[in-house]
Write a protein that binds this ligand. Structure first.
Ligand SMILES: Nc1ncnc2c1ncn2[C@@H]1O[C@H](COP(=O)(O)OP(=O)(O)O)[C@@H](O)[C@H]1O
Ligand SMILES: C[C@@](O)(CCOP(=O)(O)OP(=O)(O)O)CC(=O)O
Length: 466
């Protein structure tokens, strides 16, 4: 029967593509991906109604933000179209959340088929609460008048003062919050999908602690995230949300290209065939053996509170590659080789410890800048070059860093000695830099972390659950 199980909580990590930006869109190349300690949590609860009251809706809410509740009705679509969801109006406000809506349609369709409960009404009502770690959003975001330290309140939700303090309450709507670029939509779609699977399916049908459970989650979340995004990215962000840190090779884009739209005839069977790997062969590679950090080294992120538009940059780089052909391929091959050398240094091959990090990072950055110049895209813009060099040259304990992912004016990823003195020096340096340059650069709390999606104990959400 289609659940529900008692209250279930799942969290999934954010990501950083340390090396392999752009290259990883092509299966011929790989990327070095680290999962992050900043997680998006989704807690699924049954909605209890008075006896005799018939109510079927799924309520999703983000209590950290203003006006962040989305309610959905659902029904079984004709001709094997799966479960269609429809957002319901609350009062006079109606703000769509395409990532939530698409994840619901995909997960409920899969659940209704897997649990052998075809009629939609057998899926009982549920409430899903989303709680995101603070580093996903710049803390000064969205508030017009407050300074960064006073614009958030930590602590419990909905009228409570007993919260753990882990999750901030933002004085803004989600739309107005500034993202730091840690991959909120991928972590959200992944943890929402996992929470729904764990809530409605029996442990024999879905168990996140097994390789088969992780594969189901990965395939379903990739399909939903890709549809919600409206484009096929490399999918490294969803893979990081499921598996944590690894050397990544993307799945063949053709795996998802044949799926009908949710609600369209045949959607349900096609989705189940793809997710269970019966109609396609998933060829994603997430090799954990290729990833590591030397003992005593931490990966830290630095928010530059600016942000770039990834899709436009991707288009331009791919257009350059198509135009330049062999010359572009030669550059990518050379960059891939430098990326692999850096990964080997970070795994500890060669035995020179932290001594080799700076040189390996500089080699990667030099070629990345060359790709930027050739394609006319500011992948490592001069302001970021200046800051990365200054950090490595002038802050003791900083081995160096990169502008990760698509690059641009987004966050920086740094490799640093993992001790409090280095963190203190780094914070002081960034404060001085911000004043001197009129910029806003800040060390985030987030760190690299190996673990992917996991179940959580409910205690950490005290004060936030109804
Ligand atoms: N805490 C949250 N609650 C609900 N939806 C969220 C939350 N965080 C992110 N999202 C969803 O993810 C979208 C942001 O995705 P996107 O612009 O792709 O950024 P990112 O690069 O962080 O993934 C939001 O518009 C919203 O739909
Ligand atoms: C260019 C890319 O290879 C990497 C982009 O990485 P980012 O971490 O910059 O991504 P966003 O979260 O979408 O901003 C595109 C891809 O792999 O999908």
């Amino acid at each position: 029967m289609a659940g529900p199980n008692p209250t279930t909580a799942i969290s999934a990590p954010g990501k950083v593509l340390f090396t392999g930006g752009y290259l990883v869109l092509d299966r011929a190349y790989t990327g070095l991906v680290y999962g992050l300690s900043a997680r998006i949590n989704v807690i699924a609860q049954e909605i209890t109604t008075s006896p005799g009251v018939q109510l079927t809706e799924i309520v999703v809410e983000s209590p950290q933000f203003l006006e962040a509740q989305w309610r959905y009705g659902y029904h079984l679509a004709d001709e094997d179209g799966g479960i269609s969801v429809t957002q319901l109006q609350i009062g006079s406000t109606f703000s769509p959340n395409p990532f939530v809506e698409t994840a619901l349609a995909y997960a409920l369709t899969y659940i209704s088929r897997t649990s052998h409960q075809h009629p939609a009404h057998s899926i009982k009502s549920a409430r899903l609460a989303i709680l995101a770690d603070n580093d996903y959003y710049s803390q000064s975001s969205g508030s017009s008048s407050t300074s960064s330290s006073s614009s958030t309140v930590t602590g419990g939700g909905a009228g409570s003062t007993t919260g753990s303090g882990r999750f901030a309450r933002f004085p803004t709507t989600l739309r107005k919050a500034n993202k730091t670029g840690l991959g909120s939509s991928a972590a959200l779609v992944t943890s929402l999908t996992a929470a729904l699977l764990a809530h409605y399916l029996a442990p024999s049908q879905f168990d996140l602690s097994t390789p088969a459970g992780k594969a189901t989650l990965h395939n379903l979340a990739q399909a939903a995230h890709c549809a919600a995004q409206g484009k096929v990215g490399s999918g490294f962000d969803v893979a990081a949300a499921v598996y944590g840190s690894f050397k990544y090779r993307r799945f063949s884009p053709s795996i998802l290209s044949g799926l009908p739209e949710p609600g369209a005839p045949g959607f349900a069977s096609a989705l189940v065939g793809v997710v269970d790997g019966k109609s396609v062969t998933w060829d994603t590679e997430t090799a954990t053996a290729g990833v590591g950090l030397p003992a005593g080294v931490a990966l830290r992120m630095c928010d530059v509170t600016c942000g770039s538009e990834t899709p436009g940059m991707v288009k331009q780089v791919l257009a350059w590659r198509a135009r330049e052909g062999a010359a572009a391929t030669a550059l990518w091959d050379e960059l891939q080789a430098r990326n692999e050398e850096l990964a080997a240094v970070l795994r500890g091959d060669g035995g020179n410890g932290t001594g080799d990090i700076r040189g390996a990072l500089d080699a990667v950055r030099a070629l990345t800048r060359r790709m930027g110049e050739a394609s006319g895209v500011p992948i490592e813009p001069p302001s970021q070059t200046e800051l990365l060099d200054a950090l490595a040259d002038r802050v003791e304990g900083v081995y160096g860093g990169v502008v990760p992912g698509a690059g641009g004016f987004d966050a920086l990823a740094l490799l640093v000695r993992d001790d409090e003195e280095t963190a203190a020096r780094l914070k002081a340096f960034l404060e001085g830099w911000s004043k001197e340059k009129g910029a806003r650069v800040k060390l985030l709390e987030v760190r690299g972390q190996l673990e992917g999606a996991r179940r959580e104990e409910l205690g950490i959400y005290e004060g936030w659950l109804r």
